[in-house]
Design a protein around this ligand. Sequence first.
Ligand code: TRP
Length: 433
Amino acid sequence: MPQIRVLTGITPSGTPHLGNYVGAIRPAIAASRAPGVESFYFLADYHALVKVQEPERVQRSTLEIAAAWLACGLEPDHVRFYRQSDIPEATELTWLLTCVAGKGLLNRAHAYKAAVDRNREGGEDDDAGITAGLFMYPVLMAADILLFNAHKVPVGRDQVQHIEMARDFAQRFNHLYGDHFTLPEAAIEEQVATLPGLDGRKMSKSYDNTIPLFAPPAQLKKLIFSIVTDSRAPGEPKDTEGSALFQLYQAFASAEETQAMRAAYADGIGWGDAKQELFERVDAEVAPLREKYEALVAHPQRIEQQLRDGAQALRTQYATPFLRELRAAVGLRELGERVASTAPVKQAQAALPAFKQYREADGRFRFKLVDGERVLLQSRAFDSPKEAGARIGVLRRDGFAGADADVALGEGADHAAVRAALDALRAAEDAKA
Ligand code: TRP
């Protein structure tokens, strides 16, 4: 059975908290046990440097996060588990990709744009305080993904744009130098809960409202008792809707337990009692993991060795030979060597998909997207060629959303084929620009 390669990075910039556990660690470890997948999980410590410039914190966080994943059941024998900075090919690939990455595309990255917007609001120079590291972040991330030709990249919504960029860089590279990279896809975890923090907002380091995953029981209890609730007294019915306490409980409880808690809310359970139940539920799940975590953190050398072994195996098996191939492809070659070009030449041009506009006997205007003989998309009739043209422009720019009143899939065509065709058109366009 062909394996799907799933890859994701975790930035070691803080201490793992319950939100990371419920939103990332627990589902990722469960997913890594599914048949037919090959999982790559790594500590994105180069990415951490973009945010954290305290060396001790980078080191400590890398240890804590590695230990947390192992304690929660990651099996390094079945999962590729490594540290980004142990794979120098990732940085080398970053440069190769930098040289095909559109600067304009990077200008539009959400994180960079948000930083610029903040500067503008504050009346500062656009780029005040912004490092080139923040700007280049998506290229490094693309290198992480493309280095191992990952198919699927599970990420939160905020990272989807980065995956789109990785596809874009891969496409440009492939277009120039031949088919070297798989185009990755984001796998968005829709049903994974984002956990509320102590103040009811999303649990996040940046809000300072987190509950550390491995807080000792006394601290865990204290933090849980500090969760913000409303002022309803014991005996008064309480809303589960919008209750951070309830959402936290639900993330750790079975369906039956959740149902029972829902009934208890309706019956007016006191907040103190509800908090006690939450504490007991969380502690029951976390206590055995905490024990493993503490044993792991006490022996950093063992984790160090595990990470290095993971990286070394990947370098030997993939990264080193792949970079050799890529260097040759771009022309970083031994001077005496003669290499058959792998770059797609002229015929690729002719094979490009195309939008065809036409007028039918009814005098109205239609278009289709064709790839050779195949019709991928067929439009409805428009009254003017201008309208049809504008619709094509939108498709070229924003892609095909699926449910669309103006265009339908051609016979036998599917979404993936349409997307590949639109991607190819865009890449060809960019290459011309
Ligand atoms: N940028 C990701 C985050 O902050 C971490 C990351 C780095 C990553 N490289 C990656 C995720 C590659 C997926 C694939 O969450």
